[in-house]
Design a protein around this ligand. Structure first.
Ligand SMILES: Cc1cc2nc3c(=O)[nH]c(=O)nc-3n(C[C@H](O)[C@H](O)[C@H](O)COP(=O)(O)OP(=O)(O)OC[C@H]3O[C@@H](n4cnc5c(N)ncnc54)[C@H](O)[C@@H]3O)c2cc1C
Length: 442
């Protein structure tokens, strides 16, 4: 029996990966890509799977979370990884690609696949019937954005991310940092506080003002920040005391080492239930990454801190996935509509590809009458997808894959040992899952 086609909207990394996986499984696809009829602020060509900025898929070393994700995607026959490997250019341990050769081959393979029909048009209204995957990325066209707002509610679609750095709990100096919630409310262990005296605060503000920032793209220059999402350097520019009356306010806190209220504090809040990762509360920033390392390590207690992710603020459409989607990334209120790629709140070329591949597997499973079980949270793919299901902090923000998203490993040792333990556990879990599931699916 012929299968009903799936409509995929968006011929970026996620949309191409989904289309390829579905077609490979014998499911016909109609893929809509609006370029070149209409472009985005960042794309330059009419090619599918265009890389809009860097040509790097980041570290290919499986001892990093991103390299581990590469390894898993290769084992799942990802098209993006296969074509990326073919057009690899030397870049140390990173997987960097010749962007033109990469996008050209992706376009040819997708366009020539007999089960895929590519339509070069802008989708402005969602189809009324059939399975649909929306993979229109961080720069979803304005008309479709308006349509999505109608379906999802305005409050569930964001246009900018404002991300505070996330740090590794094992690298905090708990001899300096103290646990306390303001006014002793809640569980004391929910917040950790890095206390500053006046000279430390003044020096920190100077370092912040002098740090190099990422220049906004032309289309990001008129960003109107939401209250509560102002980058810390913008607050510092408004006045030297602004931070001390904002995210660094010390009220309701007493430093047990001095018995007094500190001059200012940097608060850390648990990022996950296990408490292996903490975010710096209200510390969204556009400082360049090396500058974040330099400036934020001047905060008392963070001198040796390791970052799971750095802060950032950029144009990025994404939906509130934990509230809106089920485990297969279907819209809870209309399960024939699915979301994939960066629009779901994963971030980066590889993570968007991974999300696309996951959605394809879930859809293939559904068409086979199965419910996809896994991938387990111990794997890089499972950890990444887990981020879309639960927002522990209650304020969902995009993330790229990092070990802070994985369930904690028991081992408490040197950093390298811990990483190795994450990787070893992930490999076993992934292989068990892959062998039990993949044979049944494709
Ligand atoms: C300025 C900028 C710089 C970035 N730099 C990096 C980087 O250096 N490294 C990195 O890893 N990630 C980077 N990212 C993130 C990266 O672009 C995404 O992670 C990745 O491309 C997302 O894949 P996707 O398939 O979800 O979306 P995309 O790759 O953006 O694909 C979405 C596709 O949908 C199409 N589309 C949009 N609306 C419609 C519509 N209504 N109808 C039909 N088609 C439509 C678009 O034309 C596009 O081809 C950057 C993003 C931006 C905006």
């Amino acid at each position: 029996m012929t299968q009903a086609p799936v409509t995929v909207i968006g011929g970026g990394l996620a949309g191409c990966e989904i289309s390829w996986q579905l077609a490979r499984a014998g499911i016909p696809v109609t893929l809509h890509e609006m370029r070149p009829t209409r472009s985005t602020e960042a794309h330059l060509t009419d090619r599918l799977a265009e890389l809009v900025c860097s040509n790097s898929f980041r570290s290919d070393n499986p001892h990093n979370a991103i390299g581990l994700l590469h390894e898993e995607l290769r084992a799942l026959h990802s098209l993006v990884l296969a074509v990326g490997d073919k057009h690899r250019v030397p870049a140390g341990d990173a997987l960097a690609v010749d962007r033109d050769a990469f996008a050209t081959e992706m376009t040819t393979l997708i366009s020539n696949h007999p089960a895929i029909t590519v339509r070069r048009d802008e989708v402005t209204q969602l189809p009324e019937t059939g399975d649909v995957v929306i993979a229109t990325g961080p720069l979803t066209s304005p008309s479709l954005t308006a349509e999505l707002q109608r379906w999802l509610g305005q409050e569930h679609l964001a246009f900018y991310d404002a991300i505070a750095p996330i740090v590794d709990a094992d690298t905090l100096d708990l001899g300096v940092i103290f646990a306390e919630s303001r006014w002793g409310k809640g569980d004391g262990a929910d917040y950790l506080n890095c206390p500053m005296d006046k000279p430390q605060y003044e020096a920190f503000v100077d370092a912040l003002l002098g740090a190099e920032k990422v220049a906004p793209k032309d289309f990001e220059k008129d960003v109107h920040y939401f209250p509560g999402c102002l980058p810390i350097e913008v607050m510092a520019e408004q006045g030297r005391e602004t931070l001390r009356f904002g995210p660094m306010k010390p009220i309701g806190l007493t430093d047990p080492r001095t018995g007094r209220r500190p001059w200012a504090v940097v608060q850390l809040r648990k990022e996950n239930r296990a408490g292996t990762a903490y975010n710096l509360v209200g510390f969204q920033t556009r400082m360049k990454y090396p500058e974040q390392l330099r400036v934020l390590r001047t905060i008392p207690g963070l001198e040796q801190v390791a970052f799971f992710r750095f802060g950032s603020v950029h144009r990025n459409s994404f939906i509130d996935s934990p509230r809106l989607l089920d485990a297969a990334l279907r819209l809870r209120t209309e399960p024939r509509l699915r979301f994939a790629g960066q629009l779901t709140g994963v971030e980066g070329y590889v993570e968007s590809t991974a999300c696309g591949l996951f959605v394809a597997l879930a859809l293939i499973a559904e068409r086979r009458g199965l419910a996809l079980d896994g991938p387990p949270p111990e794997t890089a793919l499972g950890a990444m997808m887990g981020h879309l299901r639960e927002s522990y902090t209650g304020r969902f923000q995009p993330q790229n894959v990092n070990f802070g998203l994985f369930p904690a490993v028991e081992l408490r040792g040197k950093k390298d040992d811990r990483k190795a333990a994450y990787v070893a556990r992930a490999r076993v879990a992934f292989e068990e899952w892959r062998t039990s599931w993949m044979e049944r699916l494709v």
